[in-house]
Design a binder for this molecule. Sequence first.
Ligand code: SAH
Ligand code: SF4
Ligand code: F3S
Length: 466
Amino acid sequence: MENNDLIKDIKTNVNEYIANIKENIDDKKALVITHGCQMNEHDSEKITWLLEKMGYSFVNEIEEADFIIVNTCSVRHSAEDKVYGQLGNLKNLKNRKKNLKIAVCGCMMQRKESRDYVIEKFPNVDIIFGTNNIWKLPELIYSSYNGKKLSIDIEDNPVSIDDELGANRLYSFKSYVNIMYGCNNFCSYCIVPYTRGRETSRRPGEILREIENLAKNGTKEVTLLGQNVNSYGKNFENGYAFYNLLEEINEIKGIERIRFMTSHPKDISDELIYSFKNLDKLSNFLHLPVQAGSSRVLKLMNRKYTKEDYLRKIDKIKSVNPDIALSTDLMVGFPGETEEDFADTLDLAKKVEYDTSFTFIYSIRENTPAANRPDQVPDKVKHERFERLLDVLYPIQEKKNKAFIDKTVDVLVEDVSKKDNENVSGRTDEFKLVNFKGSKDDIGKILKVKINNANSFSLAGEKIES
Ligand code: SAH
Ligand code: SF4
Ligand code: F3S
């Protein structure tokens, strides 16, 4: 592996800073606040791993923390506003608690505009770093404790190193694994290519080693992360593709379910579609974001497929695996979207019949191509279309969920209700949320549950004693 020496150097550097900093950290308490997607959730797991190595313990309340890290998201305006609000509150806390240290990291910090705004408006922030250099955190904390007013480090492109360090996984039985970083698609509305850098795939050997170790430590379900997993391997010379990786992971002992997020419709290959039939551990669920139903809008979005292309792929997927659960991302109010375009989105949603959906109102992201279009859709129209879209999606979801009534499903139990400790929740292979009576001892087990009720968002049932 060509970057072996680099990894060794970086590990040594991290360990040295951790050793140097331990005294300063003595008995300090940290809190990591995470915004955004699974990538950020997993990055926060790496951050907490580093913090624990440095000697931090963790708290849930901001008032109890000595160090607060806000891991930010830039994908919509509202996500950024939330962070600014939070930083405003922390300003007051820091006025009362002088020793409090505050770090801001994640996608917002990769954008110069947001970073400069934070530096100007929130001078109480001590540390800033980006999405591509989490491993720098010990060094940044070190310089902060050694008098530096603002310790800051941003790296534009991904270096496959943070995954070589470690992660404090939120769950022991289900784990996120990065298989690639960045995005090269430049959809005209999207900020992610500017916050996560260019697409790079991790080597299969590194990924398989990580998953084998996770399996040995109790992971049953693995979710492979990437902005566009279908283009996994494009930077390799030997033609190794995403479905090859899936085949190898399918052989790992102890792994029972494989999921991935996200695949781009333009790149979904026949081999991948057949994997849903051929690989027994690949979950019966595909998230295939369509964004819009109008081919004209899809072109303006730079999505590189038409409504017909997408529907053809869906037909093929359904013919290979009739039971597959489908999910999508949909956006309303892209600049220039007409009533006719929107009707195409409603039509597509009716034809596909999604099991779940994530719906968004288009939000202007500065310096993306769509932001400068003169034909922005008025807010009132966007909100009205959003409601009409939900009115189509939710009854279909309810119908699909109700079809599970009287069936017995395998549920990987994830959480116990904090309110009563008597109800648990988990996911079926199709990623359907199921609630049923149980106890905290069920967490991490795959149990048989008979479904007796369902609505648009979840199923309910009873555990079948075995
Ligand atoms: N890589 C993933 C998506 C990452 S962002 C993919 O291509 O599917 C998650 C979702 O946020 C996108 O699918 C899109 O629906 C939504 N989104 C991205 N930019 C947006 C914007 N400017 N306004 C509203 N929603 C947006
Ligand atoms: Fe954004 Fe498009 Fe890349 Fe997804 S594929 S992250 S929507 S640019
Ligand atoms: Fe994810 Fe938000 Fe960044 S969606 S990749 S955390 S901009």
